[in-house]
Design a protein around this ligand. Structure first.
Ligand SMILES: *[C@@H]1O[C@H](CO)[C@@H](O)[C@H](O)[C@H]1NC(C)=O
Ligand SMILES: *[C@@H]1O[C@H](CO)[C@@H](O)[C@H](O)[C@H]1NC(C)=O
Ligand SMILES: *[C@@H]1O[C@H](CO)[C@@H](O)[C@H](O)[C@H]1NC(C)=O
Ligand SMILES: *[C@@H]1O[C@H](CO)[C@@H](O)[C@H](O)[C@H]1NC(C)=O
Length: 302
């Protein structure tokens, strides 16, 4: 009887306190040595459940909680970049669902080694033309300062450039060591090429290439620059036209002003002429003689 009671109690304990569904799909992904852990809640996990993360170092052999990942919600990720400090150590992580009076079993990730499991992205690439050549400028992607004084580029074996001529798709491949600036020579001038870069790693083959970056080797050929020339000429002729218009309009304006003044003087003269005695009108067409005659007429002959 006592044994049955004990078994019954044990069963209740299991049902009430242990049996939350365990999390699913616990996995670590890593890009350029930034590591994140993700998981899914098991089916029928209460939506308010918290999830807690622990990690195991192969050298230390004991599970330790990850301070930043004690109370995660479903859908949140755990950033393990700082936790997996040693690039060459092997790690494992596990996740448990927790409510105030229940916990789930732990679900474990696979073993993970930063240096061999990370995916290496390409360096930032910019391309510019230099005649019959292309200048490729590379910048390392921003990444946390690594322990052991390593930089991301120390993991690169070499860089692989794919160069393709846009016009006809002719392409070739170059394997070169990492340099901040690389020049590819003996290309066709005035022609567009597109370049992608990827790295090969010393420790794995998980890499992704860059997006293609395109540039002309030298300023685009005269044929393709013709439209620019034409449009520039167009702009200039419009400007010249406007200027001419302004000049013409301006001169018309001053002409009008002039005309508005001239008639006044002319009509003044004509008025005098009209009131002048007829003798004076026959006198002379010269203004001087005309006015002398007027004076003579009004003052009388001496
Ligand atoms: C993870 O942490 C590292 C170091 O603290 C940080 O640089 C990085 O941006 C974080 N990544 C995410 C996805 O939060
Ligand atoms: C989850 O953690 C938060 C923060 O500590 C706490 O307030 C909440 O009660 C927890 N939820 C459950 C279901 O345990
Ligand atoms: C904890 O368990 C008891 C039963 O053992 C239940 O009545 C109570 O609602 C539970 N509390 C929470 C917050 O789920
Ligand atoms: C928890 O783990 C134990 C033993 O590993 C297993 O018997 C039990 O079924 C698991 N429970 C759940 C809810 O997965």
């Amino acid at each position: 009887m006592g044994l049955w009671l004990l078994l019954l109690l044990l069963h209740f304990q299991l049902v009430l306190c242990v049996l939350l569904p365990a999390p699913l799909d616990v996995s670590i992904s890593s890009f350029n040595l930034e590591h994140t852990l993700s998981f899914l809640p098991g089916p029928h996990t209460p939506s308010d459940a918290n999830f807690t993360v622990q990690v195991l170092h192969s050298r230390k052999n004991s599970w330790r909680p990850v301070a930043a990942c004690l109370e995660l919600k479903a859908g949140q990720i755990c950033n393990l970049t700082k936790t997996f400090k040693d690039l060459f150590d092997h790690y494992r992580a596990r996740v448990q669902a927790v409510t105030p009076n229940k916990t789930s079993n732990w679900t474990m990730s696979r073993w993970f080694q930063p240096v061999s499991d990370t995916v290496l992205g390409p360096p930032d690439l910019s391309v510019s033309g230099c005649g019959n050549c292309l200048i490729l400028q590379l910048r390392l992607p921003a990444s946390t300062v690594l322990r052991q004084n390593l930089q991301l580029k120390d993991l690169y074996r070499e860089l692989v450039f794919h160069v393709q001529r846009t016009r006809d798709g002719t392409q070739f491949r170059l394997n070169l060591p990492y340099e901040e600036e690389t020049v590819i020579t003996y290309l066709q001038p005035g022609v567009e090429y597109c370049v992608t870069v990827s790295v090969t790693s010393l420790f794995n083959s998980n890499t992704v290439p860059s997006k293609p970056q395109c540039a002309f080797t030298s300023p685009p050929s005269s044929r393709s620059s013709l439209p620019t020339v034409f449009s520039l000429m167009g702009v200039f002729s419009v400007l010249a036209f406007l200027f001419l218009g302004l000049v013409v309009y301006g001169s018309q304006l001053s002409f009008k002003l002039l005309r508005r003044r001239i008639p006044r003087t002319l009509s003044y003269i004509f008025q005098i002429r009209r009131s002048a005695p007829p003798e004076c009108l026959n006198q002379s067409s010269a203004y001087r003689g005309f006015s002398d005659c007027l004076r003579w007429k009004s003052e009388g002959p001496d």
